[in-house]
Unconditional design. Sequence first.
Length: 277
Amino acid sequence: MRLLLCFVFLCIPLSFADSQEVSFGLEASRAENTGTYRPNSSGVYPVRLRWRQPDQRGSAFHVYRSVMVDSGFERISATPVQEGGGIFSFMDENPAAAPGKIFYYRIALSNAGGEAAVFSETVMGYGALTHECYWQEYNKTIKASHQKLTYMNKPGTTSKLGSEQVQGGISGSLSYQARVAGLGGRVIMQYENYADFYIDNNRALGHYFVLNGNTNTTASMAQNGTMDGVIIVTGMYPGRVYYDKVLIRGGAAGGGTYGVEPNGFRREELSWTLMER
């Protein structure tokens, strides 16, 4: 076992090569609502760690974090975490956490001298996003999908009539159908398992945002009207995005709100101007 002390806050790079490893049932939250804790400046909430004590070897632990699964761990607990009714917990309020970034955690049981003696398994965790941050990350996939469409991006009104289907860069499809309806038009846009990005651009980590559902528009020949539909999101940040309160002006969003509801959070209404960001 080797400890390299940096004496810079709690930066303690740790090698686990020669350490004893024990399962403490360590769990790290993933995009969960952690209650009253505030997000960092990037719009990311803390990660909640929980574990149990399997035997009587001690009840004081330190927490370690890394951006890599098998190395580079640094101690992030200022003082040992003490027992709380047989269940231990620690909130990682990480100022460096960013949307789409995954972190890895281990805990260490300290011996009588305060040194790390027994280490846990490694688990992955990441914080939930604020509603506005969620929209901004989700909207990256929406914008990428719109750029692939031909009819939607044509000038004028009647030139947008027609149907086509485009493929996601990773999976799924987006179907576009625009037709005359009454004195205006109706546009149906349906996403099926549509994904354009991997988590942290790493295929092994899985899909970032996967979209299923509709974003539809009903408008006059002057291209003013309303939207409807809901997108169910899976992937790194599950949730729902609602379009039932968006107003269309001149063929684009021009009023109203988007409803954003990450899993575990209430729906919040966000200004239509966010689409332009």
